[in-house]
Unconditional design. Sequence first.
Lengths: 376, 376
Amino acid sequence: MDDSRLIVDTKYFTFTNHDRKFIFDSGESLPEITIAYETYGVLNQNRDNAILILHALSGDAHVAGVYENDQRLGWWDSMVGPNKAIDTNKYFVICSNVIGGCCGSSGPSSINPLTKKPYALEFPIITIFDMVRAQKYLIDHLGIDKLLSVVGGSMGGMQVLAWAALFPDRIQSAIPIATTLKHSPQQIAFDEVGRQAIMADPDWCDGNYYGLKIPQRGLAVARMIGHITYMSEDSMEKKFSRRLKDKKYSFSFMADFEVEGYLRYRGDSFVKRFDANSYLYITKAMDYFNLSDEFLFENEAVRDVRFLVISFNSDWLYPSYQSRAIVNLLKSKMINSTYCDIDSNYGHDAFLLEVDQQSHIVEHFLTNTHNLCKKD
Amino acid sequence: MDDSRLIVDTKYFTFTNHDRKFIFDSGESLPEITIAYETYGVLNQNRDNAILILHALSGDAHVAGVYENDQRLGWWDSMVGPNKAIDTNKYFVICSNVIGGCCGSSGPSSINPLTKKPYALEFPIITIFDMVRAQKYLIDHLGIDKLLSVVGGSMGGMQVLAWAALFPDRIQSAIPIATTLKHSPQQIAFDEVGRQAIMADPDWCDGNYYGLKIPQRGLAVARMIGHITYMSEDSMEKKFSRRLKDKKYSFSFMADFEVEGYLRYRGDSFVKRFDANSYLYITKAMDYFNLSDEFLFENEAVRDVRFLVISFNSDWLYPSYQSRAIVNLLKSKMINSTYCDIDSNYGHDAFLLEVDQQSHIVEHFLTNTHNLCKKD
C-alpha cells in the first residue's frame, strides 16, 4: 500500500435539541441529531487551516484515504490528501455526511429514539440550509471559529453557497463547483422522475420498507436516470459508442449495447449502498434550494468572503451558464470572485474526474487565501 | 365544427405469409399481419400524388382530421389537411400505424390467431426496416407504384430513411425531420431506462399482463423520462420556471412545482392510451436502427430521390448535428438534398409544434417535387 495513503475513521457528533436548538426549515424538530464526519490532517494552533468539504447527492463523509479494514478510496481522494490540491499536510480537512443521508448522519433510515423504529417518512423534509445549519454545529463542536474554505461540487456547491448566505462570518472563502443558485425546471424534472420511479416501486411501501424488501428496482431506475445526466453525450460516445455486449443483436429485451449493461450495473450496485428514502429527501432538498440575491446578501459579512467558482463546459446537468449566474451576482455586488470554466469532456462527472486542471486552480486559490488570512 | 375539417375513419389491411412473404429481421414470422391506416384526399388518375406519413414512437395512423364520433384531432393536423402544408386537396395522404404498435396494427397486444391469446413477448422483436417492409405491402395494396413523398419526424424520420434505403425506386422524395442515421449511446440510454422502468414494474409480469393489471407505474415513469427529452431546457423554463402548484413548499413528497404536476399528468394520461409492451418493442427498434452508408446506397435508385432534411436548433434529443450527418452523407454522394435547421425554442417537440416555418418549407418542396414528376 502507498505509504502516503491516509488511514481514516468515521467519527460521530450527536447533539440534542436541548444542547443546540435545531428547527428544520419545515418547522419540525428531532429529539437528537447525529452527524457522521471524518477529518484529515491537523488543525494548526491558529485554528485557521480548516477546510470543510461538502458532498454531492450520493456522497458521504469518506472524502479521502482508506479505512483500516476497507481499502475503498474516498470519493475525492484525487483532490484531497498529502501533497494533493487540498493538501492534508497543510490543511485540516473535514467532511461530514449530510443530514437526511444514509451514511452515518441522521436520516430517514435512522432509528427514532422515541419509537425505536426507523423514522422513514416521519423524518422531517430537509433543505440545503438545514444541512448547513447542522454542519455549523459540527464546526462549533470542533472549536473552529473561521473555516479557511468551504468546498463542494454539485449539491456540495449548493451547500457552499448556503454557507456563504447563512454564516459568511465563519468562512474565509468559498469554492462552489459545477453547481447553481437554483434548479431549473429541467433539473427538477429529472429529480422528480427519479422520485417517481422509487415511489412507484411497490416495495417502497410509503417508505416503510426497513427490515423488509427494499425498493431496489425503483432506486436502480432513479440512479440510471442520474447517470445519463452525469455524463456528456460526447463522453458516452467515447466510452461506449454503439458497441454491443455480444457481437450481434439479441432480438430480445436483454442488454444489447454496452451502455445498457453499464447503466444496469450502476443501478444495481447503487442499491447496495444507498437508501431509497434518502434519495427522495436529498433530491427534494436540491429542488427546494433557491438562493435569491436578497438572501445571499442579507449578512454584510459575505462581502469579505473570497469566491472561486468552477464549472465544466461539457456539464449539461449544471451547465456553465448557471455558474456564470453565480459569478455575475457576486461581481454585481463587488465581491471578490474568480471564475474558471474548465474545458472537459466528462460532463457533470468532471468535478470528480478532471483532476489536473481543477487541482491547479484550487491549490493556488487556497494558498492565496491562507496567505491573506495569515496577514490579517 | 369547422366545415373544412376532415372526417376520417381507420381502415385495416391484413395479409398472411401466404399472400405476401414477410420475414422479420429477427428471422421470425407471423401467420398474419394487420396494418391500421387512414387516408385523406383523393388519389389522382396518374397515381402520382400519394404521400406516406410515418409516425413517431407514440403516434398512430390518425395523423389528421377527426372521426365521426370522436373529435380528437390527428397528431399532425396542423400540417396535414385542406390547404395546409401537406394539402389534402392536392395530395392523397396515407398514414399507417407501425407494426409493433398498439393502435390497430399487429403488435404485442394483438391476438395470436393460433393461440387466441395476445402475443405479448411472443411477438417478434421488430426493426425500423420491418415497419417499412410492412408499409410497402400496404402501398402495393393501394395500387401505388411510386409515392410522391415519405415524410416523418423522429422515429418517423428513421422510417423515411429506411424507405430510401430499401425501396428508393418507390419514392420520388423523402422528408426526414428531427431524426438520425443511428441512435447515440445517450439516446439508447434514455430508451433503456424507460424500458427498465417498465420491466421493473411487478405488474409487467414478463409482458403477460393483458386482462390483468397493467404496468402503469412503470410506463408512466418511462413516459415522464421521454417528456423531459422532448422539451428544451429553455421551453421548460418558459412554460414552468420554478412556479409552485400552491403558494409554498409542501414539505412532503407531493408535487410542489408545476413541472412535477405536468410530468405526473402526462405519465398518467399516457398509460390510458398506450401499451407498455409496444413501448418496449418500438424503443428497441429505434435503438437497433443504424443506417450505414453502404446500406443506404446499395440500391442505385436512391440517387434519384430528392431529400428535404429538417432539424430544430433547440432539439437536444435528436440534435441538429445528427441531421447534418444525414445531409453530409447525401451530399457526399451527390444526391439532391436540401437542409433546413429551423430556429425554434420547442426542443424535439418542435416537429409537432413549429408549424409556420415547417409548413412553408414542406409545402414548397412538395409542390416542386410534384411539378418535377409531372414533367417526367
